[in-house]
Design a protein around this ligand. Structure first.
Ligand code: NAD
Ligand code: ZN
Length: 361
């Protein structure tokens, strides 16, 4: 029997989100019904609300979530009611071209379970990142549920489902930062700070945090930044070079998603260094770089989708590191809020007052 629950819906471009009743069907073959316990407010949710990702309104927002499996479809194995899971937006299929070539972190399989959720009048909802978890319950593909130790708090665990994984993975998996590297991170929100934490975990010797907000730079130090640059008042390229013996950083992580910050990242890296774009641009943005510089500076220009993670490999490992006290993921949780405060949380995010507001359900 379908369940009627409250969910946070974006109805049109730029319109404030509203709580609406969402109809969640019972799980069919290959699906799982999850009782959501916590879901973080990620900048990507705001991108959806602003029409920056697509025009498939109404969207059911929320995708950084953890919860308890409530029911599974008839053929589902390895997952049962009561399991504590982090939801992921990369349920590796094992069948697609990327998986068969041994590069499952590029798996492009889409999972349609969450698209079965509707408003009470039958209007289909487009679930953010195929999840839609600002709701008491959500329906996902069983592979989108990654079991982890229930010893971690749900509001902390959920963050591994998107932003924190994206930042950690951009450094650990995509850039493959290692002991002794210098790393600069442009944009120190939840994603950028996770990149800073990843660089610290990997043994980077210099970690330069760049943001336009001093409050963010202070927080960045708590995650392991050794130096900070306020790029509203100083040229970040010059500063990063000055902090790296005039060379530039081995790796620059762009965690804003704008042409000007990408250009800074491009020029702030050492010759033959690496740039990783993690920030998500909007469809109107264009990049203008001298092609000769792209050639002449060499190195590696990469994007990182979801930190090139493999949820089944990375989530349980990162949860274990957290439980051992080696990965202070709880520092990302600025506040816990109720489902009806997501719009306010977007405003706080835009004013730079929070790293992550997390909805508790
Ligand atoms: N690639 C992925 O898989 C992935 C996953 C999650 C989020 N994201 C994207 O990562 C980006 C960051 O997400 P977030 O949740 O950390 O957002 P956030 O809003 O919490 O943080 C953005 C930070 O960038 C700073 N900033 C803004 N303009 C700047 C500028 N010109 N120079 C320097 N700093 C600037 C802000 O002060 C803020 O601290 C977003 O674009 C989001 O969509 C990507
Ligand atoms: Zn996200």
């Amino acid at each position: 029997m379908p369940h009627e629950v409250k969910g946070v819906v974006a109805t049109g471009k730029g319109a404030p989100v509203a709580i609406q009743t969402v109809v969640v069907p019972d799980p069919g073959p290959g699906e799982a019904l999850v009782s959501v316990q916590a879901c973080g407010v990620c900048h990507t949710d705001l991108h959806y609300r602003e029409g920056g990702i697509g025009d498939d309104f109404p969207y059911l927002l929320g995708h950084e979530a953890a919860g308890l499996v409530e029911a599974v479809g008839p053929d589902v194995t390895g997952l049962e009611p009561g399991d504590f899971v982090i939801l992921n937006w990369r349920a590796v299929c094992g069948q697609c071209r990327a998986c068969l070539r041994g590069r499952p972190w590029y798996c492009f399989a889409t999972h349609n379970a969450a698209q079965k959720m509707t408003l009470t009048d039958g209007t289909p909802l487009a679930p953010a990142l195929g999840i839609g978890a600002f709701a008491d319950k959500t329906l996902v593909a069983a592979g989108q549920c990654t079991k982890v130790s229930p010893a971690i708090k749900p509001e902390v665990a959920g963050l591994l489902g998107c932003g924190v994984m994206a930042g950690l993975g951009a450094v650990l998996n995509t850039a493959r930062v290692t002991r002794g590297d210098s790393v600069a991170v442009i944009g120190c929100g939840g994603v950028g700070d996770a990149a800073i934490l990843g660089a610290s975990l990997a043994g980077a010797r210099k970690i330069i945090a760049v943001d336009i907000d001093d409050r963010k730079l202070n927080w960045a130090r708590q995650f392991g930044a050794t130096d900070t640059v306020n790029s509203a008042s100083a040229d970040p390229v010059e500063q990063i070079r000055a902090l790296t013996d005039g060379n530039g950083a081995d790796v620059v992580i762009e965690a804003v998603g704008r042409p000007e910050t990408y250009t800074q990242a491009f020029y702030a890296r050492d010759l033959a260094g690496t740039v990783v774009l993690v920030g998500v641009p909007n469809p109107q943005m264009r990049l203008d770089l001298p092609l000769l510089d792209v050639f002449g500076r060499g190195g590696t220009l990469k994007s990182s989708w979801y930190g090139d993670c493999l949820p089944a490999r990375d989530f349980p490992m990162l949860v274990d590191l957290h439980l051992q006290g080696r990965l202070p993921l709880d520092k990302f949780v600025s506040e816990t809020i109720a489902l009806d405060s997501v719009e306010e949380a977007f405003a706080k995010m835009q004013r730079g007052e929070v790293l992550r507001s997390v909805v508790l359900l």
